[in-house]
Design a protein around this ligand. Structure first.
Ligand code: ATP
Ligand code: MG
Length: 136
């Protein structure tokens, strides 16, 4: 069975959306195999977002992702990597489709970073890397 790394970002936690997001995961029939609340550090984020280190928005991305604790989860289910990204919606919440988490719950932010509530690995390889990183 496929696994992915799922995260409720600091804005999802601070705005009280943990329950709604987990309900959507469970309604889809995905199994949550592990879950913990973590305060991300810049060091951890540099490994998680290695592809973005050095980009213009990277400092604001770190600022956003260290605003408070996140919920880190290992999810399991058939085609969960792409399925979870479909449920999340596209990166920019102002463009995400209604019915997706980002489309329904996302908000714009005045700063440079896009605050978009949730994360999901974008490939099976990325999922295994991120699971090892967050659940070492
Ligand atoms: P995530 O990896 O967080 O699940 P994603 O895969 O939809 O999101 P990525 O391209 O991996 O999007 O970007 C990671 C995060 O960096 C985004 O979720 C967003 O918070 C921020 N981000 C990405 N692109 C931009 C941008 N052009 N301007 C500002 N912030 C951005
Ligand atoms: Mg990504």
């Amino acid at each position: 069975v496929e696994r992915t790394f799922m995260m409720i970002k600091p804005d999802g936690v601070s705005r009280g959306k943990i329950g709604e997001i987990i309900q959507r995961i469970e309604h889809k029939g995905y199994a949550i195999k592990a879950m913990k609340m973590v305060q991300p550090t810049p060091e951890l984020l540099a490994k998680h977002y290695a592809e973005h280190v050095g980009k213009s928005f990277y400092p604001s991305l770190v600022q956003y992702m260290t605003l408070g604790p996140v919920i880190a989860m290992i999810g399991e289910g058939t085609n969960i990597v792409s399925g979870w990204r479909t449920i999340m919606g596209t990166t920019n919440p102002t463009l995400a489709a209604p019915g997706t988490i980002r489309g329904d719950l996302g908000r714009e932010w005045e700063g440079e970073a896009v605050m978009n509530i949730v994360h999901g690995s974008d490939s099976v390889e990325a999922a295994e890397y991120e699971i090892k990183l967050w659940f070492a």
